[in-house]
Design a protein around this ligand. Structure first.
Ligand code: UD1
Length: 430
């Protein structure tokens, strides 16, 4: 297994460009199933999850090619709506394919995506939404078969503004007969991106970004060329990394409007954040201030995907901070690892109590999921001494060549191949 080795304690400095958003690209690639003809999707990050999605589309009879962050797709010859179990298991986001496959074939077979390191991650809201559109759902053990001769528009009220369920329902309803309204819809920027993409293919969808989305079903979709939005979670990760290392960085190709809750928290803890257009400067010259309470919640509140990251910064703050996680249960797996690096964090149910320490120390730690792994990398950059992060395949699911990006900011971070044994100081130095 590959590892990341980080020699910490160096303030980050320099300029980087933020990759395209994985969480926007995945549903958009799934939605491409609705159109026949050649589509082009630009600014797609070159990540493991994207590759799995392309493999699934290929296995169903589609043709895809990823080159220089541009995906060319042709779904004209799509011949199957049965997602192979093996591919389904590799990525939870394969559940996004249900809506568009159902819309195109009138039937879809998928497998339970199963549990996950950050919590149970149910799919009941996806299934209820498709049922409301007229689909019959049969669950047999692990297999879910979903059929509908003709999907019909409906009024749907989500019990919780689930991102994935909102997206799945939008994709199915785009091809349904009549009008669908989704109430209590998720409002994440990735949902707006999906609306823009579907509308570029000829759909008629309004309201994404608010909690009521209206979809007028259409009969056909045309191919288009579309550019994915910047990844706000990757941008947020780099912003926290700059703050935690007391650095000074410039981010290009970032959308500050998507990061207002993080900017607010960072500013209150003494970090300077300024921006103009899609360029942002983050700098921090002193110890961060404690935060009484940071609560994760659906957008536009503080994102659960940045919870582990902000905890790294607050571990170094000048007092006691509290972080409450309300979106996923069990999303505190990074806490034990951060404590091994000298942090002082205690978890009680869904809250973490973080007593700031003057410094973190390098240690060998394990990434348990994508964002937990990113947090450990940021902790390693801020820590004194050498940190080794193991199980980094989790990090590669969401960050394109994270060590290259961080090295552009002057970080001393290297990837060790499985056969390379770490001896004191045997990694290249800047
Ligand atoms: C998406 C993001 C993920 C982010 C999450 C919350 C993608 C590919 N992933 O995940 O990075 O952390 O939003 O911002 O976009 N739930 C149910 N039943 C359902 C669906 C969800 O109970 O049918 C619950 C989940 O268990 C969880 C909460 O709703 O507690 C939020 O999940 P959801 O918004 O659906 O997240 P994802 O779309 O899976």
């Amino acid at each position: 297994m590959e590892k990341l080795v980080i020699e910490g304690g160096k303030p980050l400095a320099g300029t980087i460009r933020i990759q395209g958003a994985k969480n926007a690209a995945l549903p958009i690639l799934a939605a491409s199933i609705l159109a026949k003809g050649k589509l082009v999707i630009e600014n797609v990050p070159d990540l493991l999850d994207i590759q799995v999605m392309l493999n699934i589309l290929n296995s169903l009879g589609g043709r895809t090619e990823l080159e220089n962050h541009t995906v060319s797709l042709d779904m004209t010859e799509l011949s199957s709506s049965h997602i192979p179990e093996e591919l389904m298991k590799q990525m939870r986001s394969s559940i996004f394919l249900m809506g568009p496959l159902l819309a195109r074939f009138g039937t879809v077979t998928v497998y339970q995506p199963g549990g996950c390191a950050i919590g149970e991650r149910k799919i009941n809201l996806h299934l209820q939404g498709l049922e409301a559109l007229g689909a019959k759902i049969m669950e047999q053990g692990n297999t879910i078969v979903c059929c509908a001769e003709q999907l019909k528009g409906a009024e749907i009220i989500l019990d919780f503004p689930s991102v994935g369920a909102t997206e799945n329902i939008m994709m199915a309803a785009a091809a349904a007969e009549g009008k669908t309204t989704i109430h209590n819809a998720a409002r994440e920027p990735e949902i707006q991106d999906l609306q823009h993409f579907l509308n570029a293919m000829g759909a008629q969808i309004y309201g994404a970004g608010t909690s009521t989305i209206t979809i007028e079903g259409v009969h056909s979709f045309q191919p288009c060329t579309y550019r994915i939005i910047p990844d706000r979670i990757v941008a947020g990760t780099m912003m926290v990394a700059a703050a935690a290392t007391r650095g000074n960085i410039i981010l290009e190709q970032v959308n500050p409007q998507h990061l207002t809750s993080l900017i607010h928290v960072l500013k209150r803890s003494g970090v300077q954040v300024t921006y103009s257009g899609d360029i942002m400067n983050v700098q921090c010259g002193s110890r961060p201030k404690m935060m009484e309470r940071v609560v994760t919640s659906p957008y536009p509140a503080f994102p659960t995907d940045l919870q582990s990251l902000i905890m790294v910064l607050l571990s170094l703050a000048d007092g006691l901070s509290i972080v409450k996680e309300t979106v996923f249960e069990g999303r505190f797996k990074h806490v034990d690892e951060l404590n091994r690096m000298g942090a002082d964090i205690r978890v009680d149910l869904s809250s973490a109590f973080i007593r700031g320490v003057p410094r973190l120390y390098g240690a060998t730690v394990e990434a348990t999921d994508l964002r937990a792994g990113a947090a450990l990398v940021v902790a390693g950059l801020a820590a004194h001494g050498t940190t080794v992060v193991e199980q980094i395949h989790h990090i590669d699911r969401g960050y394109e060549q994270i060590e290259h990006v961080l090295r552009q900011l002057g970080a001393r971070i290297y990837r060790l191949a499985p056969e390379e044994v770490l001896l004191q100081g045997n990694y290249p130095r800047n």
